[in-house]
Design a protein. Structure first.
Length: 212
């Protein structure tokens, strides 16, 4: 299996990548500001499942196809970017209803919906796709055999770190949301900011990445 030094090296590199806010973190923050702690944590879980789906894809060899094909990579990236923009526009349009949701007078998003949206963002995260496709395989000791198992284990290490980091971001954002929630106007403002953040994030994802 994976040696201790390789495991620690991968964990350190993963931590450095994860602590820098990317699409998943910013999406969690936006969801926390718009809907609160529970929605943020459910989104974190969805993100994690999406990221681990990428690990499984790499372990099965699909990641190599994505990494080698600029067309496949670009298509996946643009789909993810378009989805973020869609969610952002929707959040801005519905910002006036946030106070009703917060007080229980409105219909809040269900946990399955937050989980699914988080999964979509996690599985379409360009930063994670590149990391898993190009970096993850480098820490596998092929001489030890069980390559697929090694990839799945390393991916699990990445996702454990990601859950801890993203949860901290989400809980911090949800705590700050409390001050805004005391006023319908403040809550509408934070909902609009969260939506604009997702729109900006979608545009950024679409405009960055591979140029080949």
């Amino acid at each position: 299996m994976v040696s201790t030094d390789r495991l620690l090296g991968f964990a350190v590199l993963s931590f450095l990548l994860i602590v820098v806010p990317g699409p998943s973190v910013l999406f969690v923050i936006g969801r926390a500001l718009a809907q609160g702690r529970r929605a943020a944590l459910t989104t974190v879980l969805g993100n994690t499942l999406g990221a681990y789906a990428l690990v499984v894809a790499v372990a099965l060899g699909v990641g190599a196809v994505v990494e080698r094909s600029a067309l496949v990579f670009t298509a996946l990236k643009l789909v993810g970017a378009a989805y973020l923009v869609y969610l952002g526009v929707k959040a801005v349009r519905q910002r006036g209803a946030l106070h009703a949701e917060f007080t229980g007078a409105g219909v809040a998003h269900g946990g399955w919906r937050n989980l699914g949206e988080g999964f979509m963002v996690g599985v379409a995260n360009p930063k994670t796709i590149v990391f898993f496709a190009a970096v993850l395989p480098q820490f596998v000791d092929r001489g030890q055999g069980h390559v697929t198992a090694q990839l799945l284990l390393l991916g699990l290490v990445f996702n454990v770190i990601a859950v801890a980091s993203d949860s901290v971001w989400g809980l911090a954002a949800a705590t700050a949301r409390g001050w805004f929630a005391r006023s319908p106007r403040r809550l509408a403002l934070v909902g609009g900011i969260g939506g604009l953040t997702m729109i900006g994030l979608g545009v950024t994802v679409a405009a960055t990445g591979r140029k080949d």
